[in-house]
Design a protein around this ligand. Structure first.
Ligand SMILES: Nc1ncnc2c1ncn2[C@@H]1O[C@H](COP(=O)(O)OP(=O)(O)O)[C@@H](O)[C@H]1O
Ligand SMILES: [Mg+2]
Length: 357
């Protein structure tokens, strides 16, 4: 007769390729029941967006099916996003599992583009997602996505974030300040605006909160690092050597602040012609790979330069939603899956570290 132990032993041979650990040790096998050759269990994946989910599912099912005596396998698949953050006492963002900052060395490299498409991509995979536009001097998000529901004050002076497509919750200074008002605040005011956007919002349960930072390593970045426990930072750069130099500088600063580096995204990597699909490298050979390996940070992916990425902004719909089949969308979706996977790894590492202490 098949018993639970046989099933567990067999599932131990299924390894999560990212975490390099078996699914039983990772606690992904839940509610196991074995009765008269019928095996019932829930497979709890670490994120709905993991690139290997299908493989893990298939391997788990096969592992159980191949046990002699098993007549039926009833496997439910769910996903619970792991949290890589360590929460401080009184953390006002305690219902948010992961906070991901998107940063860059210089402006115009595609930080906001990556942030908004990442939000949409994760939300579409089934995750609960929020987005903070921390670019106080040039809040772009309300201009480039359709606001379905404006923000409103709820109990305790908290603000219910605005809603955009896919149920994504958004906070941006641009929702509260007239577009034509030039923001000329300096250090302390910028810091307090960023803090308020994060902590005065009633976020509710979120799997991922994405923070679109202003370029560089100024007040907003420092405030963010000091205000809340960040899961990690994604650095956006372009293929030119000059961009890589300041991206590397930003990366080192985040590292010095003790913030884990999720990885590097290279934007505008090559040009894809909308008519014939031909690819060309406008900036010559990229230096990003070399920089990533020198800094020991993963390269999460490359996004092609395509006019559609930009023109879709005018319609208020990011490219991954407007045209999911475009090469840029494919690249952005892959980057999102890699980010989700890296977060599961960081969570696994911090859990392992906590267990050792
Ligand atoms: N891959 C891309 N292809 C075409 N245009 C892009 C791409 N990435 C960004 N852009 C455009 O470049 C400009 C700057 O991008 P943005 O995301 O606002 O940069 P940042 O937030 O770093 O300042 C925007 O007009 C955006 O539409
Ligand atoms: Mg921006």
């Amino acid at each position: 007769m098949v018993d639970e132990k046989t099933v567990v032993d067999s599932l131990r041979r299924v390894i999560d390729p990212d975490l390099k650990t078996d699914i039983v040790s990772l606690g992904m096998v839940k509610e196991l029941k074995v009765e008269d050759g019928k095996v019932q269990f829930t497979l709890e994946l670490t994120t709905p967006a993991c690139p290997y989910n299908k493989d893990i599912e298939d391997s788990a099912r096969k592992a159980v099916q191949s046990i002699p005596g098993v007549k039926e396998v009833d496997m439910k698949v769910t996903a619970r996003v792991w949290s890589a953050r360590t929460l401080g006492a009184g953390d006002s963002l305690s219902s948010v599992k992961n906070v991901i900052a998107v940063a860059s060395g210089k402006g115009g490299v595609g930080k906001t583009t990556v942030a908004i498409n990442l939000a949409c991509s994760l939300a579409r995979s089934g995750a609960k997602v929020g987005l903070v536009d921390a670019d106080i001097y040039g809040p772009m998000i309300p201009k480039i996505v359709n606001i379905i529901q404006p923000p409103r004050i709820v109990a305790n002076n908290k603000v219910e974030p605005a809603r955009i497509m896919l149920g994504i919750k958004v906070m941006s200074l641009g929702l509260f300040v007239d577009e034509n008002t030039a923001v000329i605040w300096r250090g302390p005011l910028v810091a307090s605006a960023v803090r308020q956007l994060l902590t005065d919002a009633a976020w509710g349960d979120l799997d991922y909160l994405i923070v679109d930072l202003p370029p560089g390593t100024g007040d907003a970045s420092l405030t963010l690092a000091q205000t809340i426990p960040l899961t990690g930072v994604v650095i956006v750069t372009t293929p030119q050597a000059a961009a890589a130099v300041i991206a590397a500088k930003a990366l080192r600063m985040f590292r010095r602040l003790g913030i884990p580096i999720i990885g590097i995204v290279e934007n505008m990597s090559y040009f894809v012609c909308s008519h014939c699909g031909a690819e060309s490298r406008m900036f010559g050979n990229s230096v990003t790979e070399k920089m990533a390996s020198e800094l020991d940070a993963p390269l999460l992916g490359r996004i092609p330069l395509m006019p559609e990425v930009s023109t879709n902004y005018d319609k208020g719909v990011p490219i991954v939603v407007a045209d999911p089949k475009s090469p840029a969308s494919k690249a952005l979706n892959e980057i999102s899956r890699n980010i989700a996977a890296r977060i599961s790894i960081l969570a696994h590492e911090s859990k392992a570290k906590a267990e050792k202490m």
